[in-house]
Design a protein around this ligand. Structure first.
Ligand code: NAD
Length: 365
């Protein structure tokens, strides 16, 4: 018999009871980060899950305050807690320090980036019922950051693909598919051009696919896959991608469900995880209090589930769905006029209302 679908996959140490407090590193981040992470913390706290937040700076905020974008205190905190809720971090284009996101994912070997992309009733988009899972390899590819100038006017970037990382991420995608009752995994590639690197990625995916006969496996060239995604997203289920294609395709998928303010994410390793929305620092709206907090709040729900509080995670997701369905309280990116804090407050109210209605229903007549 097939297992009942669960919303997400991973628990750190199995289920916990509601009274146990867990230490989690909190990285508000740059730009809209502190605004949306503040909203996520309020919602998580209202869900009843007890977390002892260890607040740490990183990125541009840390550079300004401590003279480094990766302070030692941040790394020690992550080594201790092994779990973080993180806001976006600024990385300058074409200059400045290397991405701290990439550094953290590599340092803690958070090899799997999971980005569940789902539509919500009440959010007007081209398609209803989009339900895509983007699984992105997180540690190598062009993100290895090996670049050099061969001679003035000529630079080289090295794309690293290994059998170890490709096999590991393929196994993660198939395992996720099996545990969550998903039907298919599509490996997305450009092996017609990058025959060795993407070719190796595909070879590994095919080898892993052979162990999961219950899940349909297919392959698509990345450009054709993008076209098919915007014409018929329902023809995909779990998408398995290398690092760079994964980054690009997940923003495309975000566009299918209302934009970057809607899609949560998690970076999983064998011994820890960092939860963060897909979006960046959104410099154009930072400081205005209007960033959509839904992506950060849903990332918080993934964190809560990882800690073993599945019921609380479901309550958070249900409250987000209630508020979005109501169409009344929403940020400008979704066509509304509400602030980040107003959306968070409405989600907290929806959660409390649901709790009091179910307590009322449970009362004997
Ligand atoms: P971005 O995601 O910050 O913004 C793209 C567009 O989406 C902007 O118009 C922005 O206003 C909108 N948007 C993003 N999040 C939103 C939200 N929560 N609510 C409403 N609208 C939202 O991408 P960008 O402008 O390409 O990047 C800005 C900075 O963020 C760069 O320094 C980049 O390196 C960094 N970045 C960080 C991460 C991360 O830390 N994980 C991810 C992506 C980009």
């Amino acid at each position: 018999m097939r297992r009942k679908p669960k919303h997400e996959i991973l628990f750190l140490n199995g289920k916990r009871n509601g009274d146990e407090s867990v230490a989690v590193t909190l990285i508000p981040g740059d730009g809209v980060g502190p605004e949306v992470i503040g909203a996520a913390v309020k919602v998580i706290e209202a869900s009843g899950v007890r977390i002892e937040w260890d607040r740490q700076e990183a990125g541009a905020a840390a550079l300004k305050r401590y003279g480094t974008p990766v302070p030692d205190a941040l790394i020690s905190s992550l080594r201790r807690t092994r779990i973080a809720l993180k806001g976006p971090l600024e990385t300058r284009v074409g200059e400045g320090y290397r991405s701290i996101n990439v550094y953290l994912r590599k340092t803690f070997d958070l090899f799997a980036n999971l980005r569940p992309t789902r539509s919500f009733p009440g959010v007007s988009t081209r398609f209803a019922n989009v339900d895509l899972i983007v699984v992105r390899e997180n540690t190598e590819d062009l993100y290895a950051g090996i670049e050099h100038q061969v001679t003035p006017g000529v630079v080289e970037s090295v794309k690293i693909i290994t059998a170890r990382a490709s096999t590991r991420i393929a196994r993660f995608a198939f395992e996720f598919a099996r545990r969550n009752d998903r039907k298919s995994v599509t490996a997305i590639h450009k092996a017609n051009i990058m025959k060795l690197s993407d070719g190796l990625f595909l070879k590994c995916a095919r080898r892993v696919a052979a162990d999961y006969k219950d899940i349909k496996y297919s392959e698509q060239i990345v450009d054709a896959a993008c076209m098919r995604l915007v014409i018929d997203p329902s023809s995909f289920d779990v998408l398995l991608l290398e690092n760079l294609y994964g980054d690009i395709v997940s923003d495309l998928c975000a566009g299918l469900v209302g934009g970057l303010g809607m899609v949560p994410g998690a970076n999983y390793g064998d011994r820890g995880a960092i939860f963060e929305a897909v979006h960046g620092t959104a410099p154009d709206i930072a400081g205005k209090g209007v960033a959509n907090p839904v992506a950060a709040i849903l990332s918080g729900a993934m964190l809560v589930e990882y800690l073993g509080h599945q019921e609380a995670a479901l309550r958070i997701r249900a409250a987000v769905a209630t508020v979005l369905r109501g169409r009344r309280v929403r940020t400008p990116d979704l066509g509304g006029k509400s602030s980040t804090d107003e959306v968070a407050a409405a989600i907290v109210r929806a959660m409390k209302h649901a709790a009091s209605s179910s307590a009322h229903l449970a009362k004997p007549e």
